[in-house]
Design a protein around this ligand. Sequence first.
Ligand SMILES: [Zn+2]
Ligand SMILES: [Zn+2]
Length: 133
Amino acid sequence: MCPAKKRRSTLQRRVIMEELKKNENHPTASELYEIVRRRLGDISLGTVYRNLVLLSDMGIIQKLALMGSETRFDGKLEHHYHVQCIHCGKVDDLHGLPSELLVKLPKKHNDFLITGHRLVFYGICSKCQQEGD
Ligand SMILES: [Zn+2]
Ligand SMILES: [Zn+2]
């Protein structure tokens, strides 16, 4: 890659990371694309998506396993749980869970060595509750 191109992709990655860390709504690649586009101008959705996948492979951000067709991303790395609205798909961080739930994982179960877990709560967000009235 030529130096100018390399500088540009480093800048793109930095802006994508900064905007995701600022955003608490667990955006999809397209939502984040709309935001970084305002700062970077000519960037494609594909580039944003590729960078998000790369950053999550590097362990700098989290890729969320949730229902719905589009992958969502989280700039917050420390372990926390999510609650997702079954109507609109909105995702929030879930606060107030006892912390022992986060750490008391069996290391082994049957033939498995346990390396992690995923747990997502589902519900109806306040906006969708109002619309249901
Ligand atoms: Zn909702
Ligand atoms: Zn989160």
